[in-house]
Design a protein around this ligand. Structure first.
Ligand SMILES: NC(=O)c1ccc[n+]([C@@H]2O[C@H](COP(=O)([O-])OP(=O)(O)OC[C@H]3O[C@@H](n4cnc5c(N)ncnc54)[C@H](O)[C@@H]3O)[C@@H](O)[C@H]2O)c1
Length: 314
């Protein structure tokens, strides 16, 4: 698909943490498509220049429109002011890409309160605050797109447990908010993979990660912000046909991340089940050969109900 087909002229897009890395690549792509882009980044480079300034200049040099934001989205007030500043400037907000982040790696005994709380604040609370601030504007417009930045760390990432927990929580957030909208609203998660400063400055800790590190190094030429941007731009565009989903973009492989249930084991008399029975059936409970993917908690209830009726247990 060429960039002229997926035109975003007139739209307003916020990308948090877009002064470099993945966010920068997204912002440039939005700018090329005609969107007015708020390039948000709290950081200031060594020479005193706001990190976002260079990206704004790049978008403008390519003929696009962008505005700098230095709001610190660690606080609810900062996230809300970021959204309100876009509305004040351009009168609408079409897409919000929650991307800003940082790592504070450490094994559990080393995780101070600060390390836990800061990582949860930037990766989980900030997207909540910004999305809540964007919501009424999108509702009034009858249109909105939100992208949440999850991570493959949520599959399990020893040495980054608080990060993995926050990133995993975003999947539940997307799935739930998808069901709350009564307008043309789409919210999805992306799990990016890119050799970026955040990745280089925080090498995967621990011996167990040695093989992953080695494979990731070999994938580096394909594991780029450039390869992730098309998925994020699609999810933030009018063309986006999905909501409440999570997707992985890893080295040019784009895939749905499915949160599902095994077929499991059904007990005839649940009120008589003992821990010993769970122990006896644990392989059946774990067996991944038949996975069901509920879209909502209702779907799980229906699945269990139907199977119990079919088995004559209800
Ligand atoms: N790089 C990867 O492989 C990878 C993998 C999975 C998830 N992610 C996620 O993708 C996102 C972007 O990662 P990246 O690799 O581009 O990182 P990066 O460090 O290159 O960029 C993140 C930017 O966010 C900004 N930022 C941090 N705190 C902020 C705040 N309070 N307010 C505003 N801006 C703030 C930083 O200044 C930085 O410029 C992060 O959420 C990260 O967790 C990255």
């Amino acid at each position: 698909m060429s960039s002229t087909q997926l035109d975003m002229t007139g739209q307003v897009v916020i990308v948090t943490g877009s002064g470099r890395g993945l966010g920068r690549e997204y912002a440039l792509d939005f700018g090329r498509r005609g969107a007015r882009v708020v390039v948000n980044d709290v950081a200031v480079d060594d020479d005193g220049t706001p990190r976002a300034a260079g990206v704004v200049a790049e978008i403008e040099a390519a003929g696009g429109t962008a505005a700098i934001s230095r709001h610190d989205i660690m606080s609810s007030a900062g996230s809300t002011e970021l959204v309100e500043s876009a509305i004040e400037r351009w009168g609408r907000l079409d897409a919000l890409v929650n991307n800003a982040g940082f790592l504070r790696p450490g094994f559990l005994p080393d995780l101070t309160d600060e390390k836990i709380e800061q990582v949860i604040a930037i990766h989980l609370l900030a997207p909540f605050h910004a999305t809540r601030a964007a919501w009424p504007h999108m509702q009034t417009q009858g249109y909105g797109r939100v992208v949440l930045t999850s991570s493959a760390s949520s599959f399990g990432h020893a040495g980054n447990s608080q990060y993995a927990a926050a990133k995993g929580a975003l999947v539940g957030m997307a799935r739930s908010l998808a069901g709350e909208a009564d307008f043309d609203f789409r919210i999805n998660c992306v799990m990016p993979q890119a050799q970026s400063v955040i990745a280089v400055e925080n090498p995967l800790p621990g011996k167990a990660m040695e093989e992953t590190r080695e494979l990731m190094n070999r994938l580096t030429p394909r594991r780029t912000p450039r390869s992730v941007a098309p998925l994020v731009v699609y999810l933030a565009s009018r063309d986006c046909a999905v909501t409440g989903e999570a997707f992985s973009a890893n080295s040019g492989r784009y895939a749905r991340v499915a949160y599902g249930l095994t077929h499991g084991w059904i007990a005839d008399a649940p009120n008589e089940v003992l821990a010993e029975d769970i122990s006896q059936h644990i392989d059946e409970i774990l067996d991944p050969s038949d996975i069901f993917i509920p879209q909502t908690m209702h779907d799980e209830t229906v699945e269990v109900y139907d199977r119990l009726v079919e088995a004559d247990l209800l």
